[in-house]
Design a protein. Structure first.
Length: 149
């Protein structure tokens, strides 16, 4: 399933639309086609500030449009530059809840020229759904996105 989405990611990246609209299309595609992806969004570093700002996303609107570095799963990935897979969000003490239905989360950093400039964030309403295949797939998505930033 994830492998089959790669050509569709590439075709979105190759469109002659704005970056914003292509990122939006990627979020919509992932949410629609992967049953356990219930919220899909990009966060990017907010200029020179030590905080993340929400970019394009698909799913329920969130209050967490700004996340300070170090706060929540997203803020920790902004600092570590490492994938963060959370099988059970209730087991995390540094976690920002967006919705009570969310059971699990994965955040994969996005690098441009080796610099951690943002991330893709997925929330799942299914407990413990993410595997190494999701990490590899989301790394692929972020590498493709980095080409147009
Ligand atoms: N749960 C995230 C906050 C972002 S929402 O999932 C959209 C976190 O702990 O950083």
């Amino acid at each position: 399933m994830l492998e089959a989405l790669k050509p569709r990611i590439i075709s979105i990246i190759d469109q002659e639309a704005s970056v914003e609209s292509r990122l939006q299309d990627i979020c919509k595609l992932l949410k629609a086609d992967i049953p356990y992806y219930d919220w899909v969004g990009f966060y990017f570093r907010n200029g020179e500030r030590e905080e993340l700002k929400l970019g394009p996303y698909a799913g329920a609107p969130t209050d967490h449009t700004i996340i300070p570095f170090g706060k929540g799963i997203c803020g920790q990935v902004a600092v570590s530059g490492k994938n963060f897979v959370v099988p059970d969000v209730r087991a995390q003490d540094n976690y920002i809840a967006c919705s009570i239905t969310v059971k699990a989360e994965i955040v994969v950093p996005l690098f441009v020229n080796g610099e951690n400039i943002g991330q893709i964030d997925i929330d799942s309403n299914t407990p413990d759904p993410f595997t190494g295949a999701d990490e590899l797939f989301l790394e692929f998505v972020n590498q493709k996105v980095a080409e147009i930033l």
